[in-house]
Write a protein that binds this ligand. Structure first.
Ligand code: GLN
Length: 188
């Protein structure tokens, strides 16, 4: 199975390494042609404004909007989660509006306030790294909350879209990527 990793900016290499460890072939996605044979797409952490502007410029935003209508699986971590959200608090930056959440950028403060913690994910501890992370402030009825930190959702899913506000690609725990691969293999 081939899985795309959006490689416009951010920590896409770390996601590619995890995919390789899980035995799937990562494909760098920079143009809409690169999306042709992939069964799903990961949008990495990075700078959501930069990635969003490049999505528009490269024609990928329109292409992903078409694919989302056909339930194409997409997983966004951190900046990726921001880009997939319906509403970004106080911002009009380009984004994809694929999951019914309102999200606030840099909600835990600046780089110095980045932190690591242990969350409960699928009934087991998950070492979680938050780097200038956003906070999910509200979720629509169709959004399933899969993990929380201080009573805010940090891992959530709506149908074909999975988001997390931390960086599972920076740890050895591959369970969130495994869930995403299941979503991809179930998609026709
Ligand atoms: N603060 C970044 C943004 O708003 C996201 C940070 C990250 O992806 N680690 O885009």
């Amino acid at each position: 199975m081939k899985i795309g990793v959006l490689a416009l900016q951010g920590d896409f290499r770390e996601h590619m390494d995890i995919l390789k460890r899980l035995g799937v072939e990562p494909v760098k996605v920079r143009t809409k042609k690169d999306l042709k044979d992939v069964k799903g797409l990961i949008i990495p952490g990075g700078e959501s404004t930069t990635i969003g502007n490049l999505l528009v410029k490269n024609g990928l935003k329109i292409e992903l909007e078409k694919k989302n209508k056909k339930n194409f699986p997409i997983f966004g971590s951190c900046a990726g989660a921001i880009l997939l959200s319906k509403k970004i608090k106080g911002s009009t930056q380009p984004h994809l509006n694929f999951i019914d959440v309102e999200i606030k950028r840099n909600a835990y403060g600046r780089q110095q306030e980045s932190f690591e913690t242990t969350l409960e994910v699928f009934d087991k501890p998950f070492h979680s790294i938050f780097i200038r992370s956003p906070r999910i402030e509200s979720t629509g009825k169709k959004v399933e909350i899969l993990a929380e930190y201080n009573s805010s959702p940090v891992l959530a899913r709506q149908k074909n879209i999975l988001i997390c506000t931390f960086h599972p690609e920076l740890t050895d725990d591959t369970r969130i990527h495994e869930l995403f691969l299941q979503m991809c293999s179930q998609h026709q």
